[in-house]
Design a protein around this ligand. Structure first.
Ligand SMILES: [Zn+2]
Length: 251
């Protein structure tokens, strides 16, 4: 149940304590893909996971609106990229999770579509859980499904998912430009030490990896396997003991 599409009385009547919060980024993904890849993919996976969970468990998680801007200053050299500081991001995500918990949706999976958000999300979800606000865990979809496929950035994985979700937003005629200026690894490494902070230090087009092998069918498979993994995480946090109380160790 996407909160943006339902009324407050629907939210009142929702018999669930599960919530999904899609989190992404508005950042360049090469010349062929839109700036919104990371929040569009996160939201699609969250909605698909909510539907699949409801079909299996007779309990439909609520889906918060996607948070469209994250920690992405590393893409600042590429026009149109937006970012917030980690502090802003953490407190914004925390406030949204606390407001969900206020309404009883206090078991939260944050569905993340952007690698740059990962550290801040782990930290803020840990803080919320330890402080008894809600039980929150970050779920970064490509960490779960991408080992089977080359992730890169704006590469075949993300491009496949976009070809499935919003094919009109993918400019296939620009794949060659994307591939030509692509970098080959996520940084500039000397003895395992990354000397680079910004993406343009190792990629001219904004890409890592050639998007050409992308297909809509692969995107459909990635959506399904990401949503299924997310369903398993939802089921696990629903079952897991969490008192939501700060107790003294001698109680
Ligand atoms: Zn991305």
């Amino acid at each position: 149940m996407n909160l943006a599409e339902h009324s407050w009385t629907d939210a009142r009547d929702a018999e669930t304590d599960l919530a999904l919060v899609p989190v992404g980024s508005t950042e360049q993904h090469g010349p062929h893909a839109p700036l919104g890849v990371d929040h569009m993919t996160a939201e699609a996976i969250a909605e698909e996971a909510a539907e699949r969970y409801a079909a299996e468990h007779d309990d439909e998680p609520v889906v918060a609106p996607a948070i469209p801007v994250g920690v992405a200053e590393e893409h600042r050299a590429f026009d149109g990229t937006l970012w917030v500081t980690e502090d802003t991001f953490r407190s914004y995500v925390a406030d949204i999770c606390r407001s969900l918990a206020h309404h009883g949706f206090d078991r939260v999976v944050v569905v993340n579509g952007h690698g740059g958000n990962t550290g801040a999300l782990r930290e803020v979800c840990g803080r919320l859980t330890r402080d008894g606000d809600c039980y929150a865990v970050p779920f970064t979809w490509f960490d779960v499904v991408a080992p089977e496929f080359e992730l890169g950035h704006g590469g075949p994985t993300e491009t496949s998912l976009m070809l499935h979700l919003a094919p009109d937003l993918v400019r296939e005629e620009r794949y060659a430009e994307a591939a030509e200026g692509a970098g080959h690894e996520f940084g500039v490494f000397v003895d395992g030490t990354n000397l680079a902070y910004d993406f343009d230090e190792f990629s001219e087009s904004g890409n890592l990896a050639d998007p050409t092998p992308a297909t809509a069918a692969e995107g459909e498979r990635l959506l399904a396997s990401s949503a299924d993994a997310c369903v398993r995480v939802l089921a696990a946090i629903e079952e897991r003991e969490w008192t939501g109380e700060r107790e003294r160790s001698d109680d």
